[in-house]
Write a protein that binds this ligand. Sequence first.
Ligand SMILES: [Zn+2]
Length: 328
Amino acid sequence: MSWNTLSDKQPYIVKLLTNSIRKERLAHAYLFKGNKGTGKKQVAIQLTKAYFCRAREASEPCDDCSDCKRIDSGNHPDVHVVAPDGQSIKIEQIRKLQKEFSYLGLESKSKAYIIEHADKMTTQAANSLLKFLEEPGQKTIAFLLTENPHQMLDTIRSRCQILTFAPQSQSELSYTLQETGYSKQLAQTAVALTNDQKEAEELLNDEWFVQARKNVLKLGEELHERPHRVLLALNEYWHPHFKEKQQVGIGLDLLLLWFKDVFLTQLEEEQSIVFNDCQNILSVQALHSSQSRVQQQMMQVLEAKRRLNANMNLQLLMEQLVLRLQEG
Ligand SMILES: [Zn+2]
């Protein structure tokens, strides 16, 4: 890993940190906040390597000395990584860390620690760490990583330099998810709804979501092909699947994506559509409908979302929506 590679994901953060390394102005404690998959740990490791490396050039660690190699393989004696033990990070884990730090650095007289999911520290663990952050006895550098900064103690946050990691772009996130093994179609759909990797994975691991996508595609097709039976379709496969308000919300978001895809097809921007496994059906609808009608349909779905938030009856809301979508 080089700063250059990391810079693709987090240009601002890399610039700031490499500057600090060159000027030898690193903070004693950093709080990295950002979604899963934004590179927080990779940046922490890279900075740790730059901090320890004996053959560093400017801000770039050599990746070849014994310090770099041992940090990469996770067994450097002066670099410690703490992660939740089960649901939380417990006080024993922080005490163990403090004990390690009470010995002088074995080789370099410097030490570094990375706390993953730092928001999962119990109150006792957090208070114990707090004392530790207040009295950095020697040359140390701390990285606290979190996806939920608001669940951390203010007193801890105020002792760290806070860096916000930018969320992944839709295409990056889709690519990451596909590498994890999800199909392109499903990954694209999930990232169209959220740019948080964790939330996207939760959707993708949920059979309900996979079926919801199928049902929305079916409804999208039927609205056009068999408009006379859409009310029947609602009873057949919409109402039984989208029972809760939050589920209807996801259904409406997906339906909005459907009309957006029709619109993009009309604009000949097929490379941007989400439901690329339905390109043929989308093309037919794009051809048989006007741009203004499709825009109107998108507005109607948005209006339904507004009514959903106003707690309208879920079945009635959908029935009114499909009737309006057929008008034109
Ligand atoms: Zn090195």
